[in-house]
Design a binder for this molecule. Sequence first.
Ligand SMILES: CC(C)(COP(=O)(O)OP(=O)(O)OC[C@H]1O[C@@H](n2cnc3c(N)ncnc32)[C@H](O)[C@@H]1OP(=O)(O)O)[C@@H](O)C(=O)NCCC(=O)NCCS
Length: 196
Amino acid sequence: MPNETTPTLTTERLILRPWRDSDVDPFAALNADPEVMEHFPAVMTRAESEAGIDRVRQAFAEHGFGWWAVEAPGVAPFIGFIGLWAPSFEAHFTPCVEVGWRLAKEFWGRGYATEGARECLRFGFEDLGLDEIVSFTTTTNRRSQKVMQRLGMTHDPVDDFEHPKVAMGHRLERHMLYRMQRDDWAGEVDSSSRHG
Ligand SMILES: CC(C)(COP(=O)(O)OP(=O)(O)OC[C@H]1O[C@@H](n2cnc3c(N)ncnc32)[C@H](O)[C@@H]1OP(=O)(O)O)[C@@H](O)C(=O)NCCC(=O)NCCS
């Protein structure tokens, strides 16, 4: 699958870029890390990670967006992924576009997820012209919820849902939904420029 359908996005410290074959090893390693995958039903095998990259390249070809491979220049050529995705399951808020992230543990606690995701929101609202972008995670995943809050996304408990792809009664079944509308995005950009 060619990579030319993947736009490259840049932030102060990150490059969100097309996937390279050299990303497979670090991607498989982060998906096999039980701490990274604590809020997912299972860690992933190398074959599942390889298939995941194929699906991501397919998504960029089909929609013009997907999970970008993230590079931190001068720090590491691959730290994880951040991006936009159109979930395939049905729920009360689908069809939708979500913003999401998964970074290797050593790159947590530096603000990278929020920085990269903010650029994905900009791309989604300004370049793709989306009206709304959502994000969701398990009720257990405080770190991810904090990224959503830092981005200025909002949570209404009536939106919370049982993830249809998680087994009924599983400890990770219950999910929280955060939303951002295009107008909220414009407001966030305004207030951050006012605050310098
Ligand atoms: C979810 C995940 C991406 C969050 O990572 P994170 O490092 O906590 O989030 P950020 O990259 O936004 O970093 C924010 C933290 O960096 C700190 N930080 C340090 N230097 C910073 C800087 N220069 N700029 C901004 N924040 C900085 C912030 O204070 C904050 O720390 P705090 O939460 O202790 O207050 C990460 O935990 C992860 O990959 N988890 C596994 C996969 C996963 O669960 N994905 C989500 C599924 S829905």
